[in-house]
Ligand binder design. Structure first.
Ligand code: NDP
Length: 450
């Protein structure tokens, strides 16, 4: 049995029913096999045995009182996965589907993603099964305060710096930061994604979406192609999707779709970004409202999607940007995308494509940018926010954006060079996984058995 297979088998036995975690680790370990054939030091130092177990994980009770006076209780999580190359860094997700397996998959991905950014950040992730949807601002505030009543003990500007993710945006980061300050009497850069006038960075809201488009441009440039004048499809209608759409217009592409948990819109004239922001960020309504206002848009509810498919991927496109959630692009979806001539998939979300879908993209040798490389712009700008906090010196939009652009270019260059080094030049899954892993694993070896 190979080193990777042995570790994966043991991991599945020891962590039953953490399906998303198994899936994320499996994708990485399969692509690391050529590295282990070449370099025996990682097995000798038991790196895989160590890297798949978080350094620490905290699970806690989050009690809060709703507007009617009822006591509600949620689960809270912070998984501190790896500090080989820097303090724990990774977002908080508030969504009813959150459980330990989901947070561990996200935390594991984060180790390699953060390594690829070239910045000194370890990997971590956290969240809760709390659903902010339909809650009043006061309810969200009380929940965030209760969440921080436990979390503050485990985080710090040089220890662990959480950020946003699904269900955690500027509003939630504000409430979390306020409570952290109240409890500790310290104004620390302990969270990223902060408001601009209290320590936030310009370009942080845009970073993941913009970075994902920069990454797609790099993949295409190598093949003499570009996004200019091309039809693009995007899933999701949150932070990542909105700024992916905004950047696609800036590079001359035509983004025609968006989706949320209830359905999707197809607007052949192009998605109206201002209207999308108004509906999802300000009014927090479903996309059905978009189609009621913009007559060129066609709304399809999830119930009308073909069995086992996501309606977004049925729209013919040159490039696809999955930007909603994990496993939103199935093998069936991948087949449809390829049949319709899709040449590029750049993942804004974490693990949006199933392993079977990824296999099809790799076989077809299209430009496929796995999430841990393509969506690393968000955490990269979080790293830049930490640098600005530490120096007490805020940077201009242009400076942060140019850093982001350079970082995305370097992530692509590193993943692509590594894929070539291992004889599989178009396989950026292999390239990103090996490049991200090597840096962390070598640091673990340097630091001894801890
Ligand atoms: P948001 O909460 O801002 O938006 C998420 C969007 O995805 C919403 O439109 C939501 O629909 C939709 N969505 C969520 N869950 C589902 C589901 N199960 N089925 C269908 N649609 C769903 O989150 P973000 O935009 O921040 O995050 C999107 C993805 O990007 C996630 O995978 C996240 O981990 C990843 N990511 C985010 C980064 C960031 O900087 N924010 C950085 C790197 C990766 P609805 O509006 O109905 O809730």
């Amino acid at each position: 049995m190979s080193y990777s297979t042995r570790i994966l088998t043991a991991l599945k036995e020891k962590n039953p029913s953490q399906n998303e975690f198994h899936q994320a680790v499996e994708e990485v370990l399969i692509s690391l096999a050529p590295l282990f054939d070449k370099e025996k030091k990682y097995e000798k130092h038991a790196i895989l045995e160590r890297i798949v177990i978080p350094e620490r994980q905290v699970i806690f009770r989050v009690p809060w009182v709703d507007d009617s006076g009822k006591i509600c209780v949620n689960y809270g999580y912070r998984v501190q996965f790896n500090t080989a190359i820097g303090p724990y860094k990774g977002g908080l997700r508030f969504h009813p589907s959150v459980n330990l397996g989901v947070i561990k998959f996200l935390g594991f991905e984060q180790i390699l993603k953060n390594s690829l950014t070239t910045l000194a950040m370890g990997g971590g992730k956290g969240g809760s099964d709390f659903d902010p949807k339909g809650k009043s601002d006061n309810e969200v505030m009380r929940f965030c305060q209760s969440f921080m009543n436990e979390l503050y003990r485990h985080i710090g500007a040089h220890t662990d710096v959480p950020a946003g993710d699904i269900g955690v945006g500027g509003r939630e980061i504000g409430y979390l930061f306020g409570q952290y300050k109240k409890l500790t009497n310290r104004f620390d850069g302990v969270l990223t994604g902060k408001g601009l006038n209290w320590g936030g960075s310009l370009v942080r809201p845009e970073a993941t979406g913009y970075g994902c488009v920069y990454f797609a441009q790099e993949m295409l440039k190598e093949r003499g192609e570009s996004l200019e004048g091309k039809v693009c499809t995007i899933s999701g209608a949150g932070n990542v999707a909105i700024y992916t759409i905004e950047k696609l217009y800036q590079v001359g592409a035509l983004p025609v779709t968006a989706s949320d948990s209830k359905g999707m819109i197809y607007d052949k004239e192009g998605i109206d970004v201002a209207l999308l922001k108004e509906i999802k960020e300000v009014k927090r309504e479903s996309l059905e409202s978009y189609a009621k206002i913009k007559k060129s848009a066609q709304y399809t509810p999830v119930s009308a999607y073909e069995e086992g498919c996501n309606g977004v991927w049925a729209i013919p496109c040159f490039a696809a940007f999955p930007s909603a959630t994990q496993n939103e692009l199935s093998q069936k979806d991948a087949k449809i995308l390829l049949q319709n001539g899709c040449k590029c998939v750049s993942e804004g979300a974490n693990m949006p494509s199933t392993n079977e879908a990824i296999e099809l993209f790799l076989q077809a040798k299209i430009c496929y940018g796995p999430g841990k490389a393509a969506n690393a712009g968000g955490v990269a700008v979080s790293g830049l926010e930490m640098a600005q906090n530490a120096s007490m010196n805020p940077w201009s939009f242009e400076v942060v954006d140019s850093h982001l652009h350079r970082i995305m270019e370097s992530i692509f260059a590193n993943a692509s060079a590594t894929a070539k080094e291992f004889g599989d030049p178009t396989n950026l899954v292999l390239g990103a996984n090996i490049a991200g892993f090597r840096k962390v694993a070598d640091a673990m070896i340097d630091q001894g058995v801890v």
